[in-house]
Design a protein around this ligand. Structure first.
Ligand SMILES: C[S@@+](CC[C@H](N)C(=O)[O-])C[C@H]1O[C@@H](n2cnc3c(N)ncnc32)[C@H](O)[C@@H]1O
Length: 290
C-alpha cells in the first residue's frame, strides 16, 4: 500500500527530488510522447504528470539530449518487429516482463492477446488506469491480463502457472525492455530459464540491454551520476550490462536480429545527427527458441 500511495503521489504532484525504479516507467512514457511520428506511441501522453515532465527535462539536460529520440526509436523498432511477426502469423501473444507504462497492446492489432507483468504496485496502478481509460473510450478495448511479479523474489512457480493458463498453446513474443539495467545477473538467468519453460520451438524473445563499452561514454557516466543522486533503488540495485555473447551462448535460443540505437536511427531517421559520446546506445535483440 505504501508503494501504491507513493506512486499516486508521484503521478499527481510536482516532481519529488528522488524517484524509485518503477517510476522510471513514467519517464519512459514521457520520452515516447515527445515524438509520436517517430515512436508511433499515440497513447504514451496519457501517463506523464507535470512532475514527470519536469523530471524528464532535468534528465535530458543532465544526462543526454538524445534520450527522447533514443526511446522513440526503441518503441518504433520493437513495435514494427512484433507487428511484422503477428502479420506473418508467427505469434499471437505478447508477454511483456517489466512492462511499465508501455502501450503496445493498444498500438498492435486488436486480435492479439497480451500478458503484462510488473511489480505489484505498478501493474495494479496500470490495470486501474487502463480500465478507466477503456471505459471512457480514451483507449480501445484489448485482451490483456495483468500479472504481478517481483523478479528479485521467488515469483516463478505462481507466475508460470498463471501464464500457462492464459497462454495455452498460443505462440508468444516475450519482451524484456528497459529492465535488465535494473536487475542482476542471477535474476536475468532465472528470467531466461523461465522464458524457455514458457515457450515452445519457434517462439520469440525481444531483449534490450547496454554493453560494457558504454561505460566509457560521457552520457553513461552522467547517467550513473544522475541515477545515484536521484534514484531510490532497491537494496539489490547495481546496474547491469550484457554482452552479445550472453545471448549467443543461450542454449535454448538463436539470435535472429541484433540492432542498436545507431542502426535503428539510420533506418527511421537517417537525417538526424548524433554525437556518439552523448548517446546512451542500447542494443536490441530478437531471439528465437530452438
Ligand atoms: C525503465 S522502466 C521500463 C518499462 C517498460 N518496459 C518500457 O520500456 O516502457 C523499468 C521497468 O522495470 C520494472 N522492474 C524493475 N525491476 C523489477 C523487478 N525486480 N521486478 C519486476 N519489475 C521490475 C519497473 O517496475 C519498471 O516498470
Amino acid at each position: 500500500m505504501w508503494f501504491k500511495d507513493s506512486l499516486i503521489f508521484y503521478y499527481l504532484k510536482p516532481v519529488k527530488q528522488n524517484i524509485e525504479i518503477f517510476e522510471t516507467a513514467f519517464v519512459t512514457a514521457d520520452f515516447r510522447a515527445t515524438d509520436v511520428a517517430l515512436s508511433k506511441d499515440r497513447y504514451a501522453h496519457l501517463w506523464p504528470s507535470e512532475g514527470t515532465k519536469i523530471y524528464r527535462k532535468a534528465y535530458v539536460d543532465s544526462v543526454s539530449r538524445h534520450e527522447q529520440f533514443a526511446h522513440c526509436l526503441r518503441n518504433r523498432y520493437f513495435l514494427e518487429a512484433i507487428e511484422n511477426l503477428f502479420n506473418e502469423q508467427k505469434i499471437e501473444l505478447l508477454i511483456n516482463f517489466g512492462c511499465g507504462f508501455s502501450m503496445y497492446p493498444f498500438l498492435l492489432p486488436k486480435t492479439m492477446a497480451h500478458i503484462e507483468i510488473d511489480m505489484p504496485h505498478s501493474i495494479n496502478y496500470k490495470k486501474e488506469k487502463i480500465a478507466d481509460w477503456c471505459a471512457s473510450k480514451k483507449l480501445p478495448d484489448r485482451n490483456i491480463s495483468f500479472l504481478e511479479a517481483d523478479f528479485t523474489s521467488n515469483y516463478e512457480p505462481q507466475l508460470l502457472e498463471k501464464i500457462a493458463s492464459i497462454k495455452e498453446n498460443k505462440r508468444s513474443f516475450i519482451f524484456l525492455e528497459g529492465v535488465l539495467f535494473f536487475i542482476g545477473r542471477p535474476e536475468t538467468e532465472r528470467l531466461f530459464k523461465l522464458f524457455s519453460t514458457i515457450q515452445g520451438t519457434d517462439e520469440y524473445v525481444g531483449s534490450v540491454s547496454f554493453q560494457k563499452e558504454i561505460e566509457s561514454r560521457t552520457a553513461f557516466k552522467k547517467l550513473i551520476q544522475f541515477t545515484e543522486e536521484r534514484l531510490v533503488a532497491n537494496e539489490k540495485f547495481c546496474y547491469q550490462t550484457v554482452e552479445d555473447r550472453y545471448y549467443l551462448n543461450l542454449d535454448d535460443y538463436a539470435m535472429v536480429d541484433h540492432q542498436n540505437t545507431f542502426t535503428v536511427a539510420n533506418k527511421y531517421a537517417p537525417a538526424t545527427i548524433l554525437d556518439p559520446d552523448e548517446v546512451l546506445d542500447e542494443h536490441f535483440y530478437v531471439l528465437k527458441k530452438k
